[in-house]
Design a binder for this molecule. Sequence first.
Ligand SMILES: [Zn+2]
Ligand SMILES: [Zn+2]
Length: 343
Amino acid sequence: MKALLLKQYKELEVVDFPAPAVGPDDVLVRVKACGICGSDVHGFDGSSGRRIPPLVMGHEAAGVVAGAGANVKSLREGDRVTFDSTVSCGKCFYCGRGEINLCDNRQVLGVSCGDYRRHGAFAEYVSVPQNIVYRLPDSLPFEHAALIEAVSVAVHAVNITPVKLGDTALVVGTGMIGLLVLQAIRLAGCTRVIAVDLDDAKLEVARKFGADETLNPKTCDVPSRVAELTEGRGAAVAIECVGATDPIKAAIQSVRKGGTVTLVGNITPKIDLHLQSVVTRQIRLQGSCASSGEYPACIDLLATGAIRVDPIISAKAPLDEGPQWFDRLYDRNSRLMKVVLQP
Ligand SMILES: [Zn+2]
Ligand SMILES: [Zn+2]
């Protein structure tokens, strides 16, 4: 089969690659669409240490069932499907609690990190265990389904954030995940959503996705503006989608006493935290990792149009163009959001 192989760091090539093995509990998927994730771009140059070559990356995919192992009863050849990016073991303490994102034996498709190497979906075929496969409605295009992982990150973050009907929410960072969080937190019942970003062009997009107010820290003091908008109290919750000192600080200072800041972004490994502003105001800092059982809900949210991803897809391209699109995404000045490859 054809596959986009990371031969060495920063060197991708479309090559002939052995088709994946299909175990008794596995489903062979003919990949129709696979999104390039930020983590693939960070892995591509070796900086994350999680894409050790040689590796076929890609974990945000959708396609058609092309074969299945003997124990697979509920899926048939030709079924349109997507699958979780995370392979959970189903046996550990956390899997038993349904917290599959915290699985002790968690593996991510298209990742090699020293402990394991699991080839992913930038290829004509990928083999995945049946317990992570979900059937798609006919109305949902493969290219949209390929964004379900990103949608699930946003939906999970909102699900673990204590939101009440009528709350005001702050969304810090309006890249792709921020735009999805914005839509999800509105659906969760927030009547006013304030978006924060350093880039006015991104804030413009955030308005199109339903942000009521947009604030740029370059031109205003975010916490005082949020206070003005909320009778001096601050927002009930903030979801932080950047992961650096300044935006996290702004999120903490912008929530009311007893509020929650959910941390999704993690682009810097360390931040400076002003402990007093968290402890004495009883702020809850809530980490959020990947997703945990939200895939079926996300399929519905996309299929019904409750969450829109079309404007987030910057380009759809054949697998052969993969190397060029990685180069473009690697360029820090790139304004691209999601690029979906179609093997
Ligand atoms: Zn991803
Ligand atoms: Zn487990």
